[in-house]
Design a protein around this ligand. Structure first.
Ligand code: KIV
Ligand code: NA
Length: 278
């Protein structure tokens, strides 16, 4: 199959074909996501939470994102890959923003970058787009601003906040973003933004009207994620239990002597063989 493009994503919105996106952070997660036929993969800075064990996404570095994106890109050779720009790798200076995005594209192998923020980052978005780098926006609950936002909460409940978020979405579209993630917005606000924009919206905890939906890999698979029980997540498998039980069984087999069994062992042979297949 062919890798989706930003014009392909645009077309999906126009034709009302919902866009699916899942996060992936390494070779196996990206391989399985691509084999599953997902439309787009996000190398999210949520890797800070679900892969590296941090409390927030703030400690995630450009090196972390480049390293994980490279592993994803080796596996997902036919899927459109977007990678997050980490906290403070954009917005400080135009030059730093461009340099960091270039590393994510060149060294990581992503096809696009994602930045959190609204009107305050449109200068950066314009510069990236001008440089040939596709940009996905991200508004609503923006985890890199968790301290500024005083916690992880639904955004846009008050009229004045909803108006600001609508303005932010329109400003990002005008600046050249090819799509926008809407995180933890009320359903009517996400619907209004989706309707007002000509570029696709990808929702997470933002209701049914978005042009696409994204979930975090470890959440939807219940894979040692602290977040899978959140209201906006649907869990599709319980990998945590599967993996824990498998490792428990292995450990018990080692202690009981049930593993390795004879079929797992190598024995000397009377006749010399030049090679042995493992
Ligand atoms: O980092 C991430 O996983 C994200 C998605 C939740 C949109 O930004
Ligand atoms: Na993110």
């Amino acid at each position: 199959r062919k890798r989706l493009t930003i014009s392909g994503l645009q077309k999906m919105k126009q034709e009302r074909n919902a866009i699916s996106m899942v996060t992936a952070y390494d070779y196996p997660s990206a391989k399985l996501a691509e084999e599953a036929g997902i439309d787009t993969i996000l190398v999210g800075d949520s890797l800070g939470n679900v892969v590296l064990g941090y409390e927030t996404t703030i400690p995630v570095t450009i090196e972390d994102i480049v390293y994980h994106t490279r592993a994803v890109a080796r596996a997902a050779t036919h899927t459109f890959i977007i990678a997050d720009m980490p906290f403070m790798t954009y917005g400080a200076s135009r030059e730093a923003t461009l340099t960091h995005a270039a590393r994510i594209m060149q060294q990581g192998g992503a096809q696009a970058v994602k930045l959190e923020g609204g009107s305050e980052i449109t200068g950066d978005v314009e510069a990236l787009v001008k440089a040939g780098i596709p940009v996905m926006g991200h508004i609503g609950l923006t985890p890199q601003s968790v301290h500024q936002l005083s916690g992880y909460k639904v955004q846009g409940k008050l009229d004045k906040d909803a108006e600001r978020l609508m303005k932010d979405a329109l400003a990002l579209e005008k600046a050249g973003a090819f799509a926008i993630v809407l995180e933890l917005l009320t359903e009517p606000l996400a619907a209004a933004i989706t309707k007002a924009l000509s570029i696709p919206t990808i929702g997470i905890g933002a209701g049914r009207a978005c042009d696409g939906q994204v979930l975090v890999y470890h959440d939807l698979l219940q894979y040692a994620s602290p977040y899978f029980e959140k209201k906006f997540v649907k869990t599709y498998a319980d990998l945590g239990t599967t993996v824990r039980q498998a490792i428990e069984a292995f450990s018990q087999d080692v202690k009981s002597g049930a593993f390795p069994a004879e079929e797992h062992t190598f024995q000397p042979q009377a006749e010399a063989k030049t090679s042995e297949t493992l």
